[in-house]
Structure formats: C-alpha cells, structure tokens
Design a protein around this ligand. Structure first.
Ligand code: HSE
Length: 441
C-alpha cells in the first residue's frame, strides 16, 4: 500500500458486480475515506465490453483491454477479479499474484477447486487473497469465521446459500406451483440466470460450502467428495405433503462434525416450521454457525446482486488496505492450504431422519409388506400419512417419516421396497434436518 494511505484498484470484469464495485468506489469515495482512513482509487477497468462501466460513470481513460496494463502499474495495489469461472479467472489471479498484487475475488468456483493452490501462491509472493464476496454475497460470514468466531471450535454450519434456489422453493411452497413453472417465471423476471444449472443443481451451494467448511474446521476440503443434490427433481407433491406434516423445504449446505469425521452435503431438506432457517424466504440467504463457546449464531441477508456483493468486495479492499486481511491471511492457523485434509464421511454414514413417499397399489397387506422391510433394516417409523386414492389406478401415495437412522439403512430399505410387486413407482426420499443442538460447556 502507498505510504499516503492510497489504495490503487484494478477491476478485472465490469459486469453486474463489477459495475456495483465501480459505483461504490466512485460515488462513495468520501464515505469510504471517512470510515476507513483510506483513499481508494479506481486505476484500471479491464474488460472487453464497457457498457456497464459507462453506465456507472467510470472515466473512459481507465478502460483497458489487456490485464498487463493494470498489472505493470506500480500504483495498482489490489486486483479485483470478477470474471467468474475457473479458466480465464484462474490465469488472471495467478498473474496478479505473480505481479505481487493483492487479490480480491467473488469467485467461489475458483476457490472451491483451486483455493489451496492459489492461497499457497499468494503466500509465496507475499500478498493475500480476500474473498468475502465469494460466499453469501454481502453477508460477512467469512469475516465472522476469520474474526468474531475465531475463539470457537466450530461444531456445525447450516446454510441457505443460494438465492435463486431459495426464491424458487419459496415460490413453489407459497403458490403451490411446479418447479418448471416457477423457474420459467423467475427467468422472465430476471431473478434466475438464463442458464441456471449451477444454481439449481446445488453446485453453486457446494462451492460455497467447500470454502466455508475449510475455514470453519481448518481442514482441506475435497470438493469432489461433497454429496450434492439440487432442487431440479423436487416434486410439488412432496412440498405439499411436507407442509401437511409441518415442514418447509430448503436447499441446505451443511457441514457438521459427526463421529470423528465431517459430514459435508448439499441437498433439499425438510425443516420443521419452527426451525430458525425455515422462515428465510425469497432471495435471502442465511447461515447458522455453532461454536463451542458462543453456541448458535445466525447470519442473514442478501447473497447475490450487484450492490450487496459489491459491499463485500469493497469491504475486502478496505480490509486489505488497512492490513487486517493481510494479517489474517499471513497469521491465522486455519487456512486450508496449510491444513490436513478433512475426513469426509460418505453419505451412507449420515445419521438423520427421513421423509419417504412410497407409491403403492391400493390393496390389502401393502403396509404390512412395507413395514416388514423397515423393521428388518432397523428403521423406526415416526409418522405415516395416507390419503384416499383420487386417480383410480396410478398408485396410492404413502408418506412415512422415520426416526434417526443411517442413510445406508434407508437406501437399502428403499431398494427392497421398490422391488416389491405392490410398489408401483420409485420411492421419493427427502432428508429431514432438525434444529442443531448447542453444545455449550
Ligand atoms: N447465483 C447465486 C445465487 C449468487 O443465486 O445465490 C452467486 O453465487
């Protein structure tokens, strides 16, 4: 950083988030200066299309087509990578680090796949990477893990970390509409990407989970070993039956200690209506973190969007300028690039409760045959719900909730149940996630 408290910024990528960052840096220069004591200057904007940069009033003299123009400038202290993806962005970050520039990024996919390599490279060049905007947009969860919760051993983290999915699920539950209809409406309203695959498949949530869990537990996470299911196969019928039983469905990213390992997973889950995350609706995100000393903490806010994400990016720039991010990066002991690999448990070893929807013939002895299978797999039933048949032949839905058991038992039981002659369609399984219990001393 310059000795006169000036922080020079090169912005790589000026799309939705980049233009929000430029807007904050230009319009709120004096506010940022009075709050931080830093004079933050936008020096370069690198992109191939400057439409949005023009819209927010960036001086055309800052436009560059080549990242080298920004990197060779000694007045550039921080490079903000907002290109996205894992190919070009990875090269840009590597080049910025090699040029001894601090990096601020919102790129969760890049860090989930290549974080350990890039963090190690930053250390080798005496600079840091700050990435608050990569997880839960404007909500300072990473800041909490690196700062306010540092005195804790983290026991568990539960997040609704994808606004697109939460918006779709909230609308399905609220309007009783099918997934495809809600998605089409969300795209028409500009609330979901034209290609929403990364969001609805659960992958975007898993990227964020890999980053958050790495910091929470101080372990290297194998992204490929995270169990990931999306919302794209959810049936509105299950959302309705769940509601009848007092549950609401959310796409959860979960990292929790279990036995001597870590259970890391992303999947739709039924939460009882009284669960603290059940009321997080629409595009909002929330993360519950349980520490051994603090107990339950809950972080809530906007996980996407131009200005909420820009809030995190610019706060990171200030943190780098102040030396806080650089000190945390250099000194904390929880960085995954310096840590042991996590012991990630296979999904079969997950212990929890389950919602099952069986489709059965409407004939005598069906429930007896089914409950016999559950009994042999040592699965205890908590509830059974059956409506009278209404379609004259497609099968009768029988909804069952179970007591806590291993997922391996559920899978084995479902294989047997689906092979019964009285069962006419594959059984639908949704995990039930109960409120995590604090473990205070
Ligand atoms: N597409 C994400 C969401 C935001 O819908 O929450 C960026 O990770």
């Amino acid at each position: 950083m310059a000795s006169d408290n000036t922080v020079g910024v090169a912005l790589i990528g000026c799309g939705t988030v980049g233009s929000g960052v430029a807007r904050l840096l230009i319009n709120d220069h004096d506010l940022l200066a009075s709050r931080s004591g830093l004079d933050v200057r936008l020096r370069h904007v690198v992109d191939v299309d400057f439409t949005r940069a023009r819209q927010v009033g960036v001086d055309e003299g800052l436009f560059r087509k080549d990242i080298d123009d920004a990197l060779k400038d000694p007045r550039t202290h921080v490079v903000v990578e907002l290109v996205g993806g894992t190919t070009l962005a990875r090269t840009f970050v590597q080049r910025a680090l090699a040029a001894r520039k601090h990096v601020v990024t919102a790129n969760k996919a890049l860090l989930a796949h290549h974080g350990a390599e890039l963090w190690a490279m930053a250390r080798a060049h005496g600079v840091c990477i700050a990435f608050e905007a990569s997880c839960v947009g404007g909500v300072p969860v990473i800041g909490a893990l690196l700062g306010g919760l540092l005195a804790n051993e983290i026991d568990a983290l539960y997040g609704i970390v994808n606004g697109t999915c939460n918006y779709i699920l909230s609308a399905m539950a609220g309007r009783g509409a099918a997934y495809a209809d809600v998605l089409a409406q969300a795209q028409a309203d500009g609330l979901a990407e034209a290609d929403p695959t990364l969001d609805v498949s659960g992958e975007d949530s898993a990227h964020k989970l890999a980053i958050l869990a790495g910091l929470a537990f101080g372990r290297r996470i194998d992204y490929g070993a995270i169990h990931v299911e999306g919302i794209d196969t959810l049936d509105i019928a299950d959302i309705r039956y769940g509601a009848e039983l007092g549950y609401t469905v959310k796409l959860l990213a979960i990292a929790r200690r279990q036995d001597d390992g870590l259970s890391l997973r992303v999947h739709p889950a039924f939460l009882h209506d009284t669960h603290p995350l059940a009321g997080v609706n629409g595009p909002f995100n929330a993360v519950s973190i349980f520490g051994h000393a603090v107990g339950h903490t809950l972080f809530y806010g906007r996980g996407a969007g131009s200005m909420p994400t820009a809030s995190a990016v610019v706060s990171d720039i200030l943190s780098v300028g102040l030396g806080a991010a650089t000190a945390q990066f250099a000194r904390l002991g929880l960085w995954p690039d310096r840590a042991e690999p996590a012991r990630q448990l296979p999904i079969d070893q997950l212990r929890g409760r389950y919602y099952l929807r069986l489709t059965c013939q409407d004939s005598p002895g069906v429930l007896a045959a089914v409950t016999d299978v559950f009994g042999r797999h040592r699965i205890s039933l908590s509830g059974v719900l059956q409506h009278e048949p209404d379609d004259g032949g497609a099968g009768v839905p029988v909804v069952i909730t179970t007591a806590a058991t291993l997922e391996g038992n559920i899978r084995a039981a479902c294989r047997e149940i689906d092979a019964l002659p009285v069962v006419t369609a594959p059984t639908v399984v949704v995990r039930i996630v109960e409120e995590h219990q604090e473990k205070l001393p």
